[in-house]
Design a protein. Structure first.
Length: 201
């Protein structure tokens, strides 16, 4: 009888220790995700070093992990590393001159034809979530990047379409220059208590 109670007590200790370990692992994972979220910033200063294909693949995979309405995944991603193309993109985009020193760019495209209800709105929302995942993955890999606008500016979308051969029905949502950061760019504290409403507006 004493032996059975002893075994039961030992089993309980092992279960508790295991549960505590899982909890601390989960907490660590959560902290990692939160620190990446809070460390993310628009990086506009790059060293000029290249970005590896492996990192770019990880970044696009993170984009594709985003949620979408009815899981339609109405998007495509154009990955650019060719210096000439990056420079050509920069020439027609007044607020994306950092492309001249970026090692790569990912153009997030929204595809209304694939979206829930063929909706432009859903396509843009879904692709925007992929765009944010991309920015977070860039940060998590120790790289730098930022969202530069194509959509909703007709002239910028036309330029991106022309340089990359993107069809008319596809919306080039943004251009995301990616590179090795110089370290000059820092995250901003945007927490504003007054923007939170609790229980009612
Ligand atoms: C829809 C959108 C369009 C943007 N377009 C540009 C742009 O064309 N050029 C640029 O330098 N930054 C652009 N940004 C980056 C914002 O300026 C930046 O996110 C904002 O200043 C907050 O800074 P943070 O990203 O460091 O937190 C854009 C961001 C968003 C969300």
């Amino acid at each position: 009888m004493v032996k059975v109670a002893g075994i039961a007590a030992l089993a309980a200790v092992i279960v508790c220790a295991f549960a505590a370990r899982i909890t601390s692992q989960e907490e660590k994972k959560m902290q990692d995700a939160l620190s990446v979220i809070h460390q993310r910033k628009s990086v506009r200063n790059f060293t000029g070093e290249p970005v590896s294909k492996e990192d770019l693949d990880k970044i696009v995979r993170a984009g594709m992990a985003a949620p979408t309405a009815r899981n339609k995944q109405p998007w495509s991603f154009v990955v650019v590393t060719d210096r000439k193309k990056l420079d050509e993109l920069a020439q027609g985009l007044p607020y994306a001159k950092m492309l001249f020193k970026a090692g790569a760019a990912i153009i997030v495209c929204a595809e209304p034809e694939k979206a829930h209800g063929r909706s432009v709105e859903y396509a843009v929302i879904d692709a925007s979530l992929a765009g944010q995942n991309i920015l977070l993955a860039v940060e998590a890999l120790g790289l730098g990047g930022l969202w530069t606008a194509a959509y909703p500016k007709a002239d910028r979308m036309a330029h991106v379409r022309k340089v990359l051969g993107i069809p008319e029905g596809v919306i080039p949502l943004n251009v995301t220059p990616i590179g090795v950061p110089t370290g000059e760019d820092k995250p901003k504290d945007k927490y504003r208590k007054e923007n939170i409403h609790r229980e009612k507006w």
